[in-house]
Design a protein around this ligand. Sequence first.
Ligand code: FFO
Ligand code: ATP
Length: 200
Amino acid sequence: MGPVSAKADVRRAARVRRRGLAADLDREAAAEAIATTVLRIVPAGARTAAYLSLPEEPPTGRLVDALLEAGHEVIVPITLGDFTLEWTYAAHGAVADVARVARGTVPEGTAVLGPEALATCGLIVVPGLVVDTRGARLGQGGGCYDRALRHRRPGTPVVALLHEGEESEELLPLEAHDQLVDGYVTTSGRLVWLRGEPPG
Ligand SMILES: Nc1nc2c(c(=O)[nH]1)N(C=O)[C@@H](CNc1ccc(C(=O)N[C@@H](CCC(=O)O)C(=O)O)cc1)CN2
Ligand SMILES: Nc1ncnc2c1ncn2[C@@H]1O[C@H](COP(=O)(O)OP(=O)(O)OP(=O)(O)O)[C@@H](O)[C@H]1O
């Protein structure tokens, strides 16, 4: 089995697992735990890339607000039709807007920063369905973050958010374009760093 169909199988299983984990999650506690842990590792004053979570994803609402309250600028993605990510500033209390997560729709009146905006961030928080012990991650399958992460400054920490139980002991199929994450934070607020020392 090649890496592409192997990924499709793992992704399918991970989506089913996520549905169950999300149904049992105390979202408020998870949102708080994620915010607390990420705030501990964000470099002082750093602009931070995050995303606005959908209902089954680890919740990012408290994280975005806490970063803003601590004086960080926060940018979140807009997905173009070809899966390129552009970026826009997140506001306090922002919630996921399906139109923003879907492809090819830029909400009217939104100030859009180009893909290079990622190079101005000191911490990058990414979505993912599963991460292995090397930092290989599987996302929605658009390759959005594999493309986007090439714009980051070398050495910028990349951290995925996972439900507790979504890390993979087995190595995920890896393709040449796959960008590794440096660590992950779970819905329990557990930080796992996979390479070097965590920032902050
Ligand atoms: N909250 C959140 N925002 C995020 C992501 C994410 O995983 N979570 N993304 C992480 O990468 C990007 C969006 N990724 C996308 C990946 C695939 C498709 C996609 O293929 N959409 C299909 C319809 C799919 C469906 O109906 O289920 C399409 O447009 O044809 C769209 C967006 C950026 N924003
Ligand atoms: N740098 C790139 N340039 C062009 N195509 C790419 C690039 N990176 C990934 N792709 C394409 O995107 C598709 C999906 O890749 P992959 O399965 O690794 O997605 P993913 O990492 O799970 O998704 P995402 O990054 O959106 O969360 C693949 O068909 C791949 O060829």
